[in-house]
Design a binder for this molecule. Structure first.
Ligand code: F6P
Length: 473
């Protein structure tokens, strides 16, 4: 059997380049890589189909076919579309028909089409619907994050100007692509029930999907790579610990670890503000911010995608004279991150994810897998990770309420019983519920159960098929 994973945005390579460094290289890529490599290890031929980029600033993605070392039956297929330069995901929308046509050409030349297609994000989804129209190959749609709730959040915030945000984010096109993708998929794969009822339940999708129809949805919980993220000490831990102590020799307090991409919506600043206004907290813990690719935040040029977020964080730190209490450390790759979590655990640290709205919260389960108790946003997927049948696996906080955040942190670091309870329960929960093997098995069931499914022929707006016509919300 051959299965194609359609993921036009970001990119894939053996070195996991740009992971966590750029908004298009986040959890979605980890998800696609982990599920597809698990499936390939069970003997299925896999193609991850992404974009060919011939751009000196992004040299990793110029080969048309690529592989992951040691993963035999998996190809990374890069299709040329939308020119040669790197384009952020919001700018791919006008080019998706060329992506879909490129995929058709690729398989025509091979004389063998995939038996099944999984699509990722609205851009992959609309391409899957087009290929389904031309070939009848069934596809699943995994949205990862839907446009309508994001648009609503932006409209409710400071950026109230619809025209302006639509120009930047292309919401009209994105939401229409998602509507088609979810309507004609054999199944919509969601990462939590919260995603199904909150995101798909948005009024802008109402005519396209019935969220109460169980036959349209499958919940597949993402996982942590427990070969990397686990509590067992490794050699790399000693090396990372030595480097941290070299940079911060006097630091012995526990940390509040923030390791998400430095991006406005990840909302690091709320934890810094909570910390700045809580003297007790300052005596008990330090804040530990993971930077990727930046050694000295006070000196080095900030990354292109940071958009001034680090400067805002630094201003709050300076205004409150807590320069010696907030640590910044450059961590590269998952092995180093797991080492940091284990080192943190030894000194009673916790992990914080204060995102304004988190579609799922992959980072939480990675930290939990290493034994760290977690404090996370109460908006989005973390609720389902940290709560089940009245059982609590970590603390939920309001990411916009500094007092709530401060009190949550205090609660975790002042009660060794609670700390130990969350730590133990957390690692067990990840092992039992959030593994990539479980997620891939579920994908396989869905694929096998829908291989020969014929659905209605998709009706796709001409905007996507020939660039003509206007789309409405
Ligand atoms: O991988 C990054 C990610 O988590 C993806 O799921 C998705 O590409 C993106 O962030 C969120 O998308 P958006 O902010 O466009 O809704």
């Amino acid at each position: 059997m051959r299965v194609a994973f359609l993921n036009p945005q970001g990119n894939f390579d053996s070195r996991n380049s740009y992971w966590g460094l750029h908004p298009d290289f986040g959890g979605q890529l980890v998800y696609v890589k982990e599920i597809s490599t698990a499936l390939s290890s069970w003997g299925i031929d896999i193609d991850i189909i992404t974009r060919r980029i011939i751009d000196p600033e992004w040299p990793e993605f110029s080969e048309p076919i690529d592989y992951y070392e040691g993963v035999g039956k998996l190809r990374i297929v890069r299709i040329e579309f939308g020119g040669r330069r790197f384009l952020r995901k919001e700018r791919l929308w006008p080019h998706l028909k060329d992506y879909a046509l490129g995929i058709m050409d690729f398989y025509k030349k091979e004389n063998r089409f995939p038996d099944f297609i999984t699509t990722h994000y609205g851009d992959g989804g609309i391409a899957g619907a087009m290929i389904n129209l031309w070939t009848k190959i069934p596809y699943t749609f995994t949205a990862h994050s839907l446009g309508a709730p994001k648009m609503e959040r932006l409209l409710a915030g400071e950026k109230k100007d619809f025209e302006k945000i639509d120009r930047k984010y292309n919401f009209t096109v994105r939401i229409n692509a998602e509507r088609i993708a979810m309507k004609y998929s054999v199944r919509n794969i969601v990462n939590s029930n919260i995603e199904r009822y909150e995101q798909y339940g948005h009024r802008l999708y109402k005519k396209w999907i019935d969220i109460n129809d169980d036959s349209r949805f499958e919940t597949v919980y993402p996982g942590a790579n427990t070969k990397i993220f686990n509590p067992l000490p490794k050699d790399i831990d000693t090396e990372i610990e030595r480097k941290i102590l070299e940079k911060y020799p006097k630091n012995h307090l526990p940390w509040v670890i923030l390791s998400s991409r430095i991006d406005a919506k990840k909302n690091h600043i709320s934890v810094i503000k909570a910390y700045a206004e809580n003297k007790r907290l300052q005596d008990l813990v330090n804040i530990f911010i993971v930077t990727r690719g930046i050694d000295d935040v006070f000196k080095d040029t900030l990354s292109k995608s940071d958009e001034g977020i680090l400067s805002d964080i630094i201003s709050v730190i300076r205004e409150n004279h807590i320069e010696n209490k907030v640590l910044f450390f450059n961590i590269e790759g998952q092995q180093e991150l797991a080492a940091l979590y284990r080192i943190g655990f030894k000194r009673g640290s916790i992990f914080a994810l204060p995102t304004i709205h988190e579609p799922f919260g992959l980072a939480i389960i990675e930290a939990m897998a290493c034994g760290l108790p977690v404090i996370a946003t109460k908006y989005g997927g973390p609720v389902e990770i940290l709560r089940e049948d009245k059982e609590e696996y970590g603390l939920l906080i309001d990411p916009l309420d500094a007092k709530d955040i401060g009190e949550g942190i205090l609660k975790l670091v002042t009660s060794s019983e609670l700390y130990e309870e969350f730590s133990k329960k957390g690692t067990r929960r990840v092992r039992e519920k959030f593994t990539w093997d479980n997620a891939a098995k579920k994908y396989l069931d869905i694929i096998e159960g829908n291989l020969s499914k014929t659905l209605v022929r998709p009706e796709i707006p001409s905007y996507f098929l020939n660039g003509k016509g206007v789309l409405f919300l």
